[in-house]
Design a protein around this ligand. Structure first.
Ligand SMILES: CCCCCCCCCCCCCCCC(=O)SCCNC(=O)CCNC(=O)[C@H](O)C(C)(C)COP(=O)(O)OP(=O)(O)OC[C@H]1O[C@@H](n2cnc3c(N)ncnc32)[C@H](O)[C@@H]1OP(=O)(O)O
Length: 225
């Protein structure tokens, strides 16, 4: 086996990546949360030039301190019996608590194997003035659709993603994402999802096809019921 399937096998099956226990993951999640606040402060700051220069220097020094002990690749969470595999990618750009660029979005699975998330995007994700960037909506939906395929017991990589932007998506307000698998055919899982604004308006609809890479089984990836 080669390519993505082989890489996933090395990380999730053979345990090639560093696996963090919960207390260590929580420490680093706290660090990432502070960096998210920093990012927002940078986007909105109006301090004077001297202060910008001084803060830039301090941040560069902090970066050097963190880089003093650097992993070769992002770590994953140690497996927890019964917990979904999806939660193991701690640095995922959508859901990863360790990744400052992730909102992060927490995805939940219902007993009927549909998935949902409640999340708020800040103005750092602005695309058109006052609204969420369409690529950011796509990224959240891709992850949510992937989670729906996973929840259905038929995970895979995104092979096709189709989006319909019905209305602009506001930021700074609570959004709801919903997704479900609609059909599983061999290694292919068809899924559908949407983002819903607080007034109930569906702002973005998406469908996607996920394909399990050749040579991998859902069971091999673990935690698929
Ligand atoms: C395994 C992962 C588990 C991870 C653990 C759990 C994670 C829990 C949630 C995570 C959620 C993450 C959500 C973000 C997920 C990404 O971001 S993935 C990154 C973006 N995607 C990629 O990089 C994929 C790149 N593409 C590829 O690697 C390969 O094209 C694929 C998708 C693996 C397929 O390769 P292949 O197995 O060689 O494909 P092939 O044999 O030609 O086709 C297999 C079947 O799929 C169909 N198919 C192939 N491409 C398409 C297409 N574009 N449209 C429709 N059908 C297609 C074929 O027609 C065929 O169907 P059948 O004839 O069997 O009915």
């Amino acid at each position: 086996m080669s390519g993505a399937g082989a890489a996933m096998r090395r990380v999730f099956v053979d345990g090639e990546r560093a696996e963090l226990d919960q207390p260590r993951a929580a420490e680093l999640a706290g660090l990432a949360a502070r960096v998210r606040e920093l990012t927002e402060a940078v986007v909105h700051t109006d301090v004077d030039a001297a202060e910008v220069a001084a803060v830039s220097e301090e941040i560069a020094a902090l970066t050097r301190r963190l880089a003093a002990a650097r992993r070769a690749a992002p770590p994953i969470a140690a497996p927890v019996p019964g917990a979904p595999h999806i939660g193991r990618q701690l640095a995922n750009p959508v859901t990863g608590p360790l990744n400052p660029i992730a909102p992060p979005v927490e995805i939940h699975t219902r007993p009927d194997r549909t998935v949902f998330c409640d999340f708020t995007l800040t103005s750092v994700y602005e695309g058109p003035p006052g609204f969420v960037h369409g690529g950011v909506s796509a990224m959240v939906l891709d992850q949510l659709l992937g989670a729906a395929a996973h929840a259905a017991g038929a995970p895979g990589m995104t092979a096709a993603l189709d989006l319909r932007y019905r209305r602009p998506t506001p930021y700074g307000v609570p959004l709801r994402g919903e997704a479900e698998a609609t059909e599983v055919v061999g290694r292919r899982t068809h899924t559908a999802a949407r983002i819903i604004a607080p007034d109930g308006t569906v702002t973005v609809e998406a469908t996607a096809v996920f394909v399990l890479p050749r040579g991998l089984t859902p069971e091999a990836l673990g935690n698929v019921e």
